[in-house]
Write a protein that binds this ligand. Sequence first.
Ligand SMILES: *Cc1c(COP(=O)(O)O)cnc(C)c1O
Length: 434
Amino acid sequence: MKKNRENSKLQFERAQKVIPGGVNSPARAFKAVGGNPLFIDKAVGSKIIDIDGNEYIDFVNSWGPHLFGHKPPFILEAIYKALEKGISFGAPVEGETKLAELIIELVPQVEMVRMVNSGTEATMSAIRLARGYTGKNKIIKFEGCYHGHADSFLVMAGSGALTNQAPTSPGITAGVLNDTLIARYNDLKSVETIVESNNDIACIIIEPIAGNMGVIKADDDFISGLRRICDENDILLIFDEVMTGFRVSPSGACGLYNIRPDLICFGKIIGGGLPVGAYAGKKEIMQHISPSGKIYQAGTLSGNPVAMASGIATLEFIKANLDLYEELERKGAFLENGFKQVLKKYDLNYFISRVGSMFCLFFIDTEVRNYDDAIKCDTELFSKYFWSMLDEGIYLPASQFESYFISLAHSNEDLENTIKAFEKTIKNFNVSIG
Ligand SMILES: *Cc1c(COP(=O)(O)O)cnc(C)c1O
């Protein structure tokens, strides 16, 4: 059913006059699907409500942070309690140590943690540390992996041209371009080739389960191969677990792969919805950060007491309810099976990729293993699907290349309704396409 989105439309017009593109982060603008974004009034549990009063089942979940759905009472309570004591002090609080201890307890690969305010800050600081620690300059990243918006990461190879780096944004200097080397996801050879011809590589940074080119899981062999290459060449291995940390398992992707990266970046879930990021890892490396070491990194609001309280409530809940990951897996499998049955019924073969509560339907009928595969998807069909699902009351990320996030707040009924909406959508495709 077509929904009235008039108020959102008006607000978007107003916003565009004073904010570039009307949004403070591009993914929110619905540009990839054409049209106006929804302005949100409020949300609770699995539901989000726009300023026209339309209610949606939300699979964006603030792009990942909301493992328990919107405003779970135990996080609200922790935030209120912290607020009453003060908003920010710029001096140490116990909460910072406590959140660090919780991360270390849940992720055995971690010995020390530095808090920052976003995922971008975490990855950008981690590569500075890797460079300072190794005394080397270059980094390897993978095509299609997103590590926030620091200059070094806004570099991608044009598809197929792995040696020809091109920036994804104007404003990136030639020096930065020169220091970022691009390899192909799930392709160990592409990494070996770069490492063989270059002895100035400080680190390899990777999303071990990529969530920013749709959802793509790295092969076990690929990940263990990276660990071996790093060990043999004095290169640090950095897992960017800003999305996967506390999402795919209590110990994130390192837990699933049973791999020990040298550094791990966190964000999203560790703040329980408030702006928190962290980079973490082996003590021997982490203690090179100032003030215990010489590598500088700082933040006026880093370790903010309210944000720490939100993060602590989140991780304490996880620690006390480790079986919640089985529940997320069950919910994810239910949605996946439901979608697969619909596709089968209509004789369609679109590829579904899922790791626990990270989910993506690719509009392509072959497996997606890297960026080149992902960009072959039918993004026009995705747009039609997106708007149809929205009209059926399902709020999905407005791009083919984003993960849906299933939360513990999604009830069986929510998931069943999502599958029903999917069937309606697919049925309409059949009419209009076939
Ligand atoms: C979201 C994300 C980031 C950036 O985090 P921000 O908080 O948006 O700066 C970095 N890496 C990955 C894998 C992400 O998903």
